[in-house]
Design a protein. Structure first.
Length: 94
Protein backbone atom coordinates (compact mmCIF):
# COMPACT_ATOMS: atom_id res chain seq x y z
CA UNK A 1 0.00 0.00 0.00
CA UNK A 2 1.62 3.23 -1.18
CA UNK A 3 -1.05 5.70 -0.14
CA UNK A 4 -0.57 7.94 2.86
CA UNK A 5 -2.24 7.02 6.15
CA UNK A 6 -2.61 9.07 9.33
CA UNK A 7 -3.10 8.10 12.93
CA UNK A 8 -6.44 9.57 14.03
CA UNK A 9 -7.05 10.53 17.66
CA UNK A 10 -10.23 12.23 18.88
CA UNK A 11 -10.33 13.64 22.43
CA UNK A 12 -13.42 14.99 24.18
CA UNK A 13 -12.63 18.19 26.11
CA UNK A 14 -14.39 20.50 28.55
CA UNK A 15 -13.28 23.87 27.09
CA UNK A 16 -12.89 23.92 23.30
CA UNK A 17 -11.31 27.40 23.04
CA UNK A 18 -8.73 26.74 25.76
CA UNK A 19 -7.88 23.34 24.31
CA UNK A 20 -7.64 24.76 20.77
CA UNK A 21 -5.14 27.40 21.93
CA UNK A 22 -3.05 24.69 23.62
CA UNK A 23 -2.99 22.38 20.59
CA UNK A 24 -2.30 25.26 18.18
CA UNK A 25 0.90 25.81 20.20
CA UNK A 26 1.59 22.08 20.57
CA UNK A 27 1.38 21.41 16.83
CA UNK A 28 2.88 24.75 15.77
CA UNK A 29 -0.03 25.45 13.43
CA UNK A 30 -3.61 26.64 13.45
CA UNK A 31 -6.44 24.12 13.28
CA UNK A 32 -7.40 22.76 9.86
CA UNK A 33 -11.15 22.67 10.60
CA UNK A 34 -13.10 24.58 13.28
CA UNK A 35 -16.80 24.04 14.03
CA UNK A 36 -18.94 25.10 16.98
CA UNK A 37 -18.23 21.88 18.90
CA UNK A 38 -15.28 20.36 17.00
CA UNK A 39 -11.71 21.26 16.00
CA UNK A 40 -9.33 19.24 13.81
CA UNK A 41 -5.63 19.43 12.94
CA UNK A 42 -4.05 17.53 10.04
CA UNK A 43 -0.41 17.51 11.09
CA UNK A 44 1.67 16.31 8.14
CA UNK A 45 5.04 15.96 9.87
CA UNK A 46 3.41 13.59 12.39
CA UNK A 47 1.04 11.89 9.91
CA UNK A 48 -1.65 12.78 12.43
CA UNK A 49 -5.35 13.64 12.26
CA UNK A 50 -6.04 15.02 15.74
CA UNK A 51 -9.49 16.23 16.75
CA UNK A 52 -11.12 17.60 19.89
CA UNK A 53 -14.79 18.19 20.61
CA UNK A 54 -17.33 18.97 23.29
CA UNK A 55 -19.76 16.40 21.91
CA UNK A 56 -21.72 14.30 24.41
CA UNK A 57 -19.01 11.94 25.60
CA UNK A 58 -17.04 11.71 28.81
CA UNK A 59 -13.91 13.86 28.72
CA UNK A 60 -10.81 12.07 27.52
CA UNK A 61 -10.08 9.72 24.62
CA UNK A 62 -13.14 9.52 22.38
CA UNK A 63 -11.72 7.19 19.74
CA UNK A 64 -8.50 6.16 18.01
CA UNK A 65 -8.09 4.94 14.45
CA UNK A 66 -6.24 5.04 11.15
CA UNK A 67 -7.32 7.44 8.39
CA UNK A 68 -6.74 6.16 4.86
CA UNK A 69 -6.02 8.51 1.96
CA UNK A 70 -8.78 7.12 -0.24
CA UNK A 71 -11.84 4.90 -0.16
CA UNK A 72 -9.98 2.41 -2.37
CA UNK A 73 -7.08 2.15 0.12
CA UNK A 74 -9.57 1.68 2.96
CA UNK A 75 -11.38 -1.11 1.07
CA UNK A 76 -8.06 -2.82 0.32
CA UNK A 77 -7.10 -2.71 4.00
CA UNK A 78 -10.57 -3.95 4.99
CA UNK A 79 -10.21 -6.95 2.66
CA UNK A 80 -6.74 -7.70 4.08
CA UNK A 81 -8.07 -7.63 7.65
CA UNK A 82 -11.09 -9.79 6.78
CA UNK A 83 -8.84 -12.30 4.99
CA UNK A 84 -6.85 -12.52 8.23
CA UNK A 85 -10.07 -13.15 10.20
CA UNK A 86 -10.35 -9.64 11.69
CA UNK A 87 -13.77 -8.00 11.38
CA UNK A 88 -14.06 -4.28 12.15
CA UNK A 89 -16.92 -1.89 12.66
CA UNK A 90 -17.97 0.01 9.53
CA UNK A 91 -18.63 3.75 9.74
CA UNK A 92 -19.89 5.23 6.49
CA UNK A 93 -18.76 8.80 5.82
CA UNK A 94 -16.40 8.95 8.80
Amino acid sequence: MNEKRRVHIHVSVEDLEESMAFYNLQFGTKATKVKEDYVQWLVDDLSLNFAISTRGYEKGLNHFGIQYESDEALLEAQHDFEAAGVKGKEEEGA
